[in-house]
Design a protein around this ligand. Structure first.
Ligand SMILES: NC(=O)CC[C@H](N)C(=O)O
Length: 232
């Protein structure tokens, strides 16, 4: 499987994505500077990494969404190619209108780093097919603007079409405001587009995949992608 990881000025989780996909999963993983206009030939998965692209100026992800490489990421997504946006990558995908909604400042107005639990809401996606609906996994968050929001009609539409991939929950899988770290509406931690080939999430699965470095709650997503490509 060939993975492209666009790198913007201020990205820092590109290295986590390269480690997870390259070292841990053994995939051919290529960093791509944001000024490039084409993804590498035969790219199957694009991971838009976390970080602080353009210093989070204007709004997180707003400037990166206009970077030259993003036109080719859109083409890749329009052709059904897989795109995973993590944290700042999720913010960039919303700003690029590849996903609906916006990430506002955390309700606490503070940067939060913590481990959270996520409940799988959709287990039929290329990103989740190795998991089951209702499964709970633990991954880290590290963000200042993870408070996902949508206009009420758009939110109703997102929920009705099953666009919510992951929700924050307790270790036992219970849903509720008490388990939402940032104020995100309906406890939404990750969403997918209509076709299910673009997924954005605030938590960092790519930081929880290597047993040498710590817990491996993020592996379900990478195993799902491996399965999706084995069957393709
Ligand atoms: N870890 C990240 O990608 C951080 C995203 C963004 N800079 C924020 O603080 O919300």
């Amino acid at each position: 499987m060939r993975v492209a990881v666009p790198v913007f000025p201020g990205s820092n989780c590109d290295h986590d994505a390269l480690h997870a996909c390259g070292t841990v999963m053994g995939w051919d993983t290529i960093p791509v500077w944001h000024q490039e206009t084409r993804l590498p030939e035969n790219t199957e998965l694009v991971i838009i990494p976390g970080g602080f692209s353009y210093g989070d100026y204007l709004r997180c992800g707003a400037i990166a969404a206009l970077s030259p490489i993003m036109a080719d990421v859109k083409r890749h997504a329009d052709n059904g190619g897989l795109v995973l946006g993590v944290c700042n990558g999720f913010q960039i995908l919303c700003e690029a209108q590849l996903l609906p909604g916006a990430l506002l400042r955390n309700e606490s107005l503070r940067f939060i780093h913590a481990d959270v639990h996520l409940r799988v809401e959709r287990a039929d996606l290329p990103f989740t097919r190795a998991m089951k609906a209702g499964d709970v996994f633990r991954v880290p968050i590290a963000h200042a603007e993870g408070n996902f929001t949508l206009q009420p009609e758009e939110l109703a539409d997102l929920e009705a079409r099953g666009g919510v991939a992951f929700r924050y929950c307790s270790a036992a899988g219970e849903i509720g405001e008490a388990h939402v770290p940032n104020g995100a509406v309906n406890g939404i931690a990750g969403i997918t587009n209509l076709k299910g080939n673009v997924l954005g999430m605030m938590p960092h699965p790519e930081r929880a995949v290597d047993p040498k470095l710590g817990p491996t709650g993020g592996l379900g997503i990478f195993r799902s992608l491996a399965e999706a490509f084995a069957r393709a």
